[in-house]
Design a protein. Structure first.
Length: 350
């Protein structure tokens, strides 16, 4: 039976339990401190508003903000950070789980802008560098912003226990590996002769950092379980980093491309074993990328597009079958795993 807060409120009004007991029971059931599995229209607005607000101070910062560099930008970042914390405290007291998760993550998202402002005041940044480039260009000086954001996210997770904040943790870990590249190569200005090696190293680091983040997510899965799903956003960022690095490693070898397709098929299997659909989503996209490559090889064929159309339809039906038989697929695939691994996965889901 799925118990809603409204059910407990009704019981309190009818005198079955008092209002204090209703509130404590609601918190005990976990519904007041985690994101509800029942996804509602309001949830879309919560996340949409959060991403718009975070994007305004991160992704959508414009060149005009250069005129605000230094103290004005620092005060603005600190002001928005304080507002995010104030809203989080208010929402938490009212048991608004998702809004409080979004606002505390928004508060943490202001940290890179604040750190950039401090660096600018101290003279770290000269020339054309500005916060617009943080999510686009690799530069070792971003490392201070990333480390500070990781520290702030850690404090926020310790204080508020909101799984959504782990999204920023995973993204900052990914950014951190990319910005280590120029530091490793010993220069911030890559010459023409080093460009190929530089780009290859970035892809390789992204791939292996993705693996590390996925393993971190699995470790979190084992130790936290699914009641408070701290691992979801970590899995998402880790799979994106791994898959992105793998996909960008272009190869002229057909054998390598076939291996790429095989890895994406394995991602589907891992998604079924762990019951994490993010692996299936990226694996499916990777298979589509490989099929697109095959289409270029058979560009003069009349049969291939027709066959590909049928394959696409079959994939749709496979998705429907997946949805209806996810537990059976999980059981069938885990049957082939060693017993200790199988027991570990069962432990995660329980």
């Amino acid at each position: 039976m799925h118990i809603k807060k409204a059910d407990l409120d009704t019981a309190a009004r009818e005198g079955i339990i008092d209002s204090d007991q209703a509130m404590r029971l609601w918190k005990h059931l976990g519904s007041g401190s985690q994101e509800s599995a029942e996804f509602k229209a309001a949830h879309i607005l919560y996340y949409l508003g959060g991403f718009v607000a975070m994007g305004a101070l991160t992704l959508f910062v414009t060149l005009a903000w250069d005129s605000w560099s230094g103290w004005p930008m620092l005060l603005l970042a600190l002001g928005f950070g304080a507002l995010g914390i104030a809203l989080t405290e208010r929402f938490e007291k009212r048991n608004y789980a998702i809004p409080s998760a979004v606002t505390v993550t928004f508060a943490v998202a202001t940290v890179p802008l604040a750190v950039y402002s401090v660096q600018h005041i101290l003279g770290f940044w000269t020339g054309n560098s500005n916060p617009v480039n943080f999510h686009i260009y690799v530069d070792w000086r971003w490392i201070f912003m990333e480390l500070a954001t990781l520290a702030a996210a850690t404090i926020a997770l310790w204080r508020y226990r909101m799984p959504f904040t782990t999204l920023l943790v995973a993204l900052m870990l990914w950014y951190l590996t990319m910005d280590l590249v120029p530091l490793i190569m010993g220069t911030n200005v890559i010459g023409h002769n080093d460009l190929g090696r530089y780009l290859y190293l970035r892809k390789l680091l992204s791939l292996w950092m993705g693996v590390a983040i996925i393993l971190l997510a699995f470790w979190i899965d084992v130790h936290s379980g699914r009641k408070h799903d701290y691992a979801f956003w970590i899995y998402l960022a880790g799979v994106a980093a791994f898959w992105g690095g793998l996909t960008l490693m272009n190869s002229h070898s057909e054998f390598s491309k076939a291996i790429y397709c095989l890895i994406n098929l394995l991602m589907l299997a891992v998604g079924a074993i762990l019951m994490r659909r993010v692996f299936a989503v990226f694996g499916g996209i990777g298979i589509a990328v490989y099929l697109g490559h095959l289409a270029s090889l058979f560009k003069s064929s009349l049969v291939f597009p027709v066959a590909l159309a049928f394959i696409g339809l079959l994939i749709i039906f496979a998705g429907i079958a997946w949805q209806h038989n996810e537990q059976r697929l999980h059981d069938a695939l885990t049957h082939f795993l060693p017993i200790p691994v199988r027991n570990l996965i069962v432990y995660i889901h329980n």
